[in-house]
Ligand binder design. Structure first.
Ligand SMILES: Cc1cc2nc3c(=O)[nH]c(=O)nc-3n(C[C@H](O)[C@H](O)[C@H](O)COP(=O)(O)OP(=O)(O)OC[C@H]3O[C@@H](n4cnc5c(N)ncnc54)[C@H](O)[C@@H]3O)c2cc1C
Length: 217
């Protein structure tokens, strides 16, 4: 551990999201994962309208002139502040936004993407005021957009989950159960073979020119 303590265990569960490959380096293993920079933030809203903002999605058709992918989403106002959380599900196909290692990750939001969200909010929602903050957070993406939930073939004492592809949070209880079953050698409650760490598309460096899919739901 970073505090210098050494833990010994018979089994290890690795659930390190975008940091998975950094940790797998210690086991001489790598998976073919991409890390995508995704933008989200908060906007002030008119206090008189704060109850009016629903949880919403706008999945409009992609329009190349807009360079935004067309997918925006937001949440109702929560807590005492009159503000809402908003995001864009868009990651340009560009190494500046799609990385291999968290060491290369840029947490600073991209100004052009931030302006896209500003513009979308101004155009589509009444009562939206200043932007309060904006963040860039990582999606961990596989080429087939399926998760990785498996044991390592060469080190079966290590189980792992990664490749959330921007959609794993909602499955947390189920994924935890499946990961526990995998770790304990129990029969899986559901077929997890699509999430194999052995599948071709997560083998590192085999498909250098393949374009990743896009869009989380
Ligand atoms: C902007 C955004 C919006 C999203 N929206 C949705 C959504 O609407 N619905 C949905 O289902 N999913 C959504 N997701 C995806 C979801 O958040 C991820 O799929 C999910 O968090 C993946 O969980 P995880 O445990 O694999 O990784 P993470 O949540 O990234 O957790 C990995 C953890 O490992 C820790 N870690 C790394 N290295 C070490 C180390 N050496 N020692 C100790 N700890 C370490 C990290 O600090 C981190 O806390 C969204 C993601 C983003 C970025």
């Amino acid at each position: 551990c970073s505090n210098g303590k050494l833990f010994k265990a018979k089994k290890l569960v690795l659930a390190a999201g975008a940091w998975t490959n950094d940790l797998l380096t210690h086991l001489d293993q790598q998976l073919d994962l991409e890390i995508w920079a995704m933008h989200w933030g908060h906007y002030r809203v008119d206090p008189k309208l704060r109850q009016e903002y629903p949880q919403w999605f706008c999945f409009r058709k992609e329009d190349e002139r807009r360079w935004d992918g067309g997918l925006y989403y937001g949440f109702p106002a929560e807590g005492k502040d009159d503000m809402i959380k908003v995001g864009i599900d868009f990651c340009p196909e560009d190494p500046e936004f799609r990385m291999r290692r968290m060491a290369d990750y840029t947490y600073t939001p991209n100004e052009r993407i931030v302006s896209l969200i500003d513009e979308f909010m101004r155009e589509n929602w009444e009562g939206v005021g200043e932007r309060v903050d904006m963040y860039s957070s990582p999606y961990t993406v596989t080429r087939d957009q399926y998760f990785v939930l498996d044991q390592l073939r060469e080190q079966p004492e290590v189980s792992l989950f990664t490749g959330g592809c921007g959609r794993a949070f909602k499955f947390t209880p189920l994924l935890g159960k499946l990961l526990a079953e995998k770790t304990l050698g129990l029969a899986p409650s559901y077929d997890v073979s699509p999430f194999s760490a052995e599948r071709d598309c997560v083998q590192f460096d085999k498909h250098a020119s393949y374009r990743y899919g896009s869009g989380a739901v």
